[in-house]
Design a protein around this ligand. Structure first.
Ligand SMILES: Nc1ncnc2c1ncn2[C@@H]1O[C@H](COP(=O)(O)OP(=O)(O)OP(=O)(O)O)[C@@H](O)[C@H]1O
Length: 273
């Protein structure tokens, strides 16, 4: 994990057009993610985590700043030049129910990015899709079933197989487990950890759940109102946070009564911070 970071985000600003002007959702943030490493982004609802993720995978175009992938600035690239790089950065979404095309079978869902990556022969795409679905722990009977026939955890596995299909170097997981039951969350986290160990994949994990962050990421940045208020090794930041906001997040996470089914914004305000 030495040398140049795989991803370097510098002075990133994202503004949304709103009635009468713009709203600055991300306000000049920066961080590095080493190759084969992981970074978690945490913070209250609305602090700009998803906006950051969407900018990194260029689902939206940043207002300013740099997103260097191996030194190439994704922020500035026009769509046409971005296309060959898209395969290298993939995203897993929060909602395993909404993010899969209901009309396609699991095999077709996973085979599509293979086609886009230039795998021409249909038989080869089918073979690789079956391999990927097996790798994420789905049985071969899953191949010809459609999303409605799977559980939430199984659908998230299909989403992970789809994200892996193009052979990405960076996987951005936006609340990838938060729609799932706790025991299924643990299984999906195990799968992601296993993939990281096996393949050296680099991860960005976005979560409001500090337990998930501890499990999966060695480094963390804490965001508040579009800015980074604290950053460092996960254990250090979460064990001895220096920022009052991180301390409030942590207190809330340690208290199961306040945490149950609630998001940090509500919890932080209930703590009076
Ligand atoms: N398309 C949009 N137009 C205008 N404002 C937006 C848009 N998308 C997001 N925002 C605003 O930008 C801010 C950051 O939103 P974002 O979704 O990045 O937050 P988040 O930290 O991911 O929240 P959550 O944890 O609830 O998903 C919020 O105040 C949100 O209301």
């Amino acid at each position: 994990m030495s040398g140049e970071p795989l991803l370097s985000v510098q002075d990133l600003v994202v503004e949304y057009p709103v009635r009468g002007g713009t709203f600055r959702a991300v306000d000049g943030i920066g961080f590095d993610v080493p190759r084969g490493g992981s970074l978690a982004i945490v913070g209250e609802s609305g602090c700009g985590k998803s906006t950051t993720a969407r900018a990194i995978v260029r689902l939206l175009r940043p207002t300013s700043g740099r997103i260097l992938l191996d030194g190439v600035d994704l922020a500035a690239l026009p769509e046409k030049r971005l296309r060959p790089l898209r395969r290298r950065v993939q995203m897993i979404f929060q909602d395993p129910y909404g993010s899969l095309d209901p009309h396609l079978t699991a095999e077709q869902i996973v085979a599509e990015p293979l086609r886009l990556a230039g795998v021409r022969a249909r038989a080869e795409r089918s073979r690789r899709a079956a391999e990927l679905l097996d790798r994420v722990g789905l049985p071969s009977s899953a191949l010809h079933r459609r999303p409605a026939e799977f559980s939430g955890g199984q659908r998230q596995r299909i989403g992970i197989a789809r994200a892996l299909a193009g052979g990405p170097e960076l996987l951005v997981c936006d609340e990838a487990t938060s729609a799932l039951d706790v025991s299924v969350q643990a299984q999906v986290l195990d799968l992601l950890r296993g993939l990281q160990a096996e393949t050296g994949l680099t991860f960005i994990v976005i979560s409001h759940n500090l337990g998930v962050v501890r499990e999966i990421s060695s480094r963390v940045v804490v965001m508040k109102e579009g800015r980074i208020v604290e950053a460092g090794p996960t254990d250090a930041v979460l064990s001895a946070p220096s920022d009052p906001y991180t301390r409030a997040l942590r207190r809330a996470a340690l208290d199961p009564a306040t945490m149950k089914g609630r998001k940090p914004r509500a919890i932080v305000s209930s703590l009076g911070s």
